[in-house]
Design a protein around this ligand. Structure first.
Ligand code: FES
Length: 251
């Protein structure tokens, strides 16, 4: 059995509930939540869809670290002890070998409003991402040639298009915690993806840079790489932010 402690919330009321779930080999945190909901407390709310680390719906704090519940195995996180020695990031280490003390702590993602239990309101996050224009103005030159992108450059762009908008980066970001207007790691990584794209024209690039050149943009980042370490798709937003800073400094 594994003890799973969940931060519950309904309106202004917050409390922790602890449940014992029967662990099976390979069981994920999401499956443990299903077990709680199906057998122990049908009122538990959480969000999921694909169950395969594709949709990004099941992002939450697992032992105080943002992650996807469908991708996190209970065996990897049970019994972890939260190390408070670094105030910028959550450090975890394996704790007691006593199975009775092996617990997993599950809480909603920070920096977003909680609707209920583990379900957060994604509206704010989506609005931030939307503030970076998600298309390229390709001139209608009727050229018979396709817009071929160099494969190496495409690989670089691909690192950023892997984002599944789960908002684990946003939930791990100290700048987002301080400033609700901060564009955040996902939006800034997206900005760099469009900056890299050779099909972006001069006006698009100028517009893009003007959107990120502020304290609410790339200059607001603390460069602590939390977003890079929690991203389930290995997108490196801090790298994107530093590259955009380079571009603006040169300009
Ligand atoms: S349920 Fe889709 S990412 Fe976890």
């Amino acid at each position: 059995m594994v003890r799973i402690t969940i931060l519950r919330q309904e309106g202004d009321r917050k409390w922790y509930d602890t449940f014992e779930v029967e662990e099976r080999p390979g069981m994920t945190v999401l499956e443990a939540l299903f077990q709680v909901q199906e057998r122990l407390d049908g009122s538990l709310c959480f969000r999921y869809s694909c169950r395969g680390a594709v949709c990004g719906s099941c992002a939450m704090l697992i032992n105080r670290r943002p992650g996807l519940a469908c991708r996190t195995q209970l065996s990897d996180v049970k019994g972890e002890v939260i190390d408070q020695s670094d105030k910028h990031r959550v450090l975890l280490k394996k704790g007691s070998q006593d199975p009775k003390k092996e617990e997993v702590l599950v809480e909603p993602l920070p920096n977003l409003k909680v609707i209920r239990d583990l379900v957060v309101d994604m509206e704010h996050f989506y609005r931030l991402v939307d503030s970076i224009k998600p298309w390229i103005n390709i001139p209608d030159d009727k050229s018979p040639q396709e817009n071929i992108i160099d494969p190496e450059l495409q690989m670089q762009i691909g690192r950023y298009t892997n984002c599944i908008l789960c908002s684990t980066c946003h939930g791990s970001c100290p700048a987002a915690a301080r400033n609700g207007k901060y564009l955040g790691p996902a939006a800034l990584a997206k900005a760099w993806r469009f900056y890299l794209d050779p099909r972006s024209n001069k006006e698009d690039l100028a517009d893009l840079l003007s959107r990120v050149d502020s304290k609410e943009g790339i200059w607001g980042c603390d460069v602590v790489y939390n977003c890079v370490s929690v991203c389930p798709r290995k997108v490196p937003p801090t790298t994107a932010i530093l590259k955009l800073r380079d571009v603006l400094e040169k300009e």
